[in-house]
Ligand binder design. Sequence first.
Ligand code: SAM
Length: 274
Amino acid sequence: MTSNASPQGNADLTAREQEYGTDPLKVRETGQYRSEYVKTFAEKWDELIDWDARAASEGDFFIDILRARGKHKVLDVAAGTGFHSVRLIQAGFDVTTVDGSAAMLAKAFENGKERQIILKTVQADWRWLNRDIQGKYDAIICLGNSFTHLHEEADRRRTLAEFYAALKHDGILIIDQRNYDAMLDHGFSTKHKYYYCGDQVTAEPAHLDDGLARFKYTFPDKSEYTLNMFPVRKAYMKKLLNEAGFQRIRTYGDFQESYAEGEPDFLVHVVEKS
Ligand code: SAM
């Protein structure tokens, strides 16, 4: 694993418990993800996402998009436990696996090894991405509702600028998000069909306001973990992408090109640099 001087060290590798201080609803900082993806949660993540069910539900969606555009060299910036990195490598892509959490990246490496794959891992925070990676990429994928971990607008802008700079001139960014508009405007409902596919785990919002979506994940052994996220509205996301310099954005709802606004759980934006 390429390691770098991460701003807050690798506390997520040794900490066993998530840390939110006295008032979890006040925790709205970008760097919080490191105290959330602790080793014990990283160990449980695959129960939450269930690799087989997820592979079945998303099919070849991302593979087809990348192949149709002739993209080969891929940077998986929110690798988590490595699901997409492994899948894309198995499909023949050249993938570099990035995450800011040492605990998640270590689990990704382990998951790769179990499948006879040695992942090229880089621990990097998106806000300083180009300091830690080498070269330019055909495509960046940022999947699993990860961008929502950026609580401050300046960090969202900075991250998109880093993604833009890491792409070749004709590169693409594939970035997804929960359908927060539907949640904020009509309340939470999910078919649990995409992404969080493990049916033994419940994922539900513990708190929702315009600045915070706090989700609680409960596992069969009764252990509970939470994530504090910023609920990114679709129009705002597109505005940020445009203002970062990206040219064309095509948005899919639950992997379909046509969808009714309130319907999908997840939106996937396929974004072209030029
Ligand atoms: N893509 C994986 C999946 O779908 O299973 C993981 C998704 S998980 C919701 C979000 C991931 O983004 C975590 O592994 C977390 O460590 C990473 N992350 C969040 N904020 C980050 C940042 N500022 N820089 C780098 N990684 C970050």
